[in-house]
Write a protein that binds this ligand. Structure first.
Ligand SMILES: *Cc1c(COP(=O)(O)O)cnc(C)c1O
Length: 393
């Protein structure tokens, strides 16, 4: 008999009843250090007092009005995003995959309005992840995500991640947009080198192609800049954001330049919940905290500390780990043992990590994780590695 929850996830036998900072607690009081943060969602940890206050204050005032009316919290968050980024305009969604849908629509409408209605093709890369909606799975294109779900949304060219020659050949005046994650998340924490991101920008400029960055996972301070592309000194035309922007409340966004968004006039897109007052009240508070330079400097310092300890961990357990990679507090441990075994051993030691492709475990801690918790987390990972080593001996 099918489970009452559609069985699309194989869940770990863990049930958390409360959270505080970087810690999660089960009903029996067992505590876990959370290095997954809801897959890069709980950017400020669990039950951050300022976020709880923002949510409860809004909840007492007004939960929902439609986008037929002005929503002050939405305006506040949009203004903050425009002030702190390349963007001139923002549309709010409830998730990353909805941001992908709009990014694709926006790029195609742009060329349609320019009189090039056949300029619809979007280049994407192997190992990418853009969500589970029809545009998202077609964009990623992997068999794992698309098999059985055809016919797929047409208009995506999938290139090998890192194949510069193929990219040069494919990027013609027929291409509408290139969509890429500055740091691949689900694909195994694979950063696009700054020089490649710069090269991509140049290539787009050369052919008038729109550059769409998917910063759903790597954005909102995760890499130590507000958005990951800032490290390369370039800007996109369109950017997808979600996960960390809501700090745990469902929220996403598409940011765009005035030029790229020029086709999206009244009536061309919409969302019942997107930009809801509760979501935006929390989002505005997250933005205020995370976009502060002093906060981002701390993210970089903590990232350095964690990275240094992880290099030591990898050196101490060469049977289990191969390498550390990533950017800021978006870190991948490439495993030699099975990544699933390492994640499971972590559960036994009270530390939560997230598996990714390419036999990697992801560490995506709260951006405000304590130094002491960083130390405790690596100690617990060491205990987990020791258990895996022993089991494989
Ligand atoms: C998680 C993720 C998405 C999809 O976001 P949802 O909120 O799950 O729809 C899209 N792109 C990237 C890079 C992601 O990590």
């Amino acid at each position: 008999m099918i489970a009452s929850i559609l069985p699309t996830y194989s869940r770990a036998p863990l049930t958390f009843v409360s959270g505080d900072g970087s810690w999660l607690t089960e009903a029996d009081g067992r505590r876990f250090l959370d290095l997954g943060a809801g897959i890069a969602v709980n950017a400020l940890g669990h039950a951050h007092p300022a976020l709880v206050a923002a949510l409860t204050t809004q909840a007492h005032a007004l939960w929902h009005v439609s986008n037929l009316y002005n929503i002050p919290a939405q305006q506040k968050l949009a203004d903050a995003l425009v002030e702190k980024t390349f963007a001139d305009t923002v549309f709010f969604t409830n998730s990353g995959t909805e941001a992908c849908e709009l990014a694709v629509k926006m790029a195609r409408k742009y060329w349609y309005d320019k009189g090039q209605s056949d300029r619809t093709e979007i280049i994407t890369f192997t190992g990418s992840f853009h969500g589970r909606s029809s545009a998202g799975i077609a964009a990623a294109g992997s068999e794992k995500m698309t098999k059985g779900f055809g016919p797929l949304l047409p208009g995506f060219t999938h290139l090998e991640f890192g194949d510069h020659a193929a990219l040069q050949a494919a990027a013609t005046d027929k291409i509408a947009a290139i969509m890429v994650e500055p740091v691949q998340g689900e694909g195994g924490i694979r950063p696009l080198p700054d020089v490649c991101l710069k090269g991509l920008r140049d290539l787009c400029d050369e052919h008038g192609i729109l550059l769409i960055l998917d910063e759903v996972q790597c954005g909102m301070g995760r890499t130590g800049k507000l958005f990951a592309h800032e490290w390369a000194g370039i800007t996109p035309d369109i950017m997808m954001v979600a996960k960390g922007i809501g700090g745990g409340f469902p929220l996403g966004a598409v940011l765009a330049t005035e030029n790229a968004a020029s086709g999206m006039t009244a009536g061309t897109h919409g969302s019942t919940y997107g930009g809801n007052p509760l979501a935006c009240a929390v989002g505005a508070q997250v933005m205020e905290i995370v976009s502060d330079d002093a906060f981002l400097a701390e993210v970089n310092r903590k990232a350095g500390l964690l990275r240094q300890k992880l290099e030591g961990l990898v050196a101490a357990y060469p049977e289990v780990f191969e390498a550390v990679r990533g950017s800021g507090l978006m870190i991948g441990l490439k495993c030699k043992a099975s990544n699933a075994d390492v994640v499971a051993a972590g559960y036994a030691e009270g530390v939560l990590t997230v598996p990714a492709a390419d036999n990697v475990i992801r560490l995506l801690p709260a951006l405000n994780i304590d130094d002491a918790d960083i130390g405790a987390a690596v100690d617990r990972l060491a205990a987990a590695a020791s258990a895996v080593k022993e089991a494989n001996a």
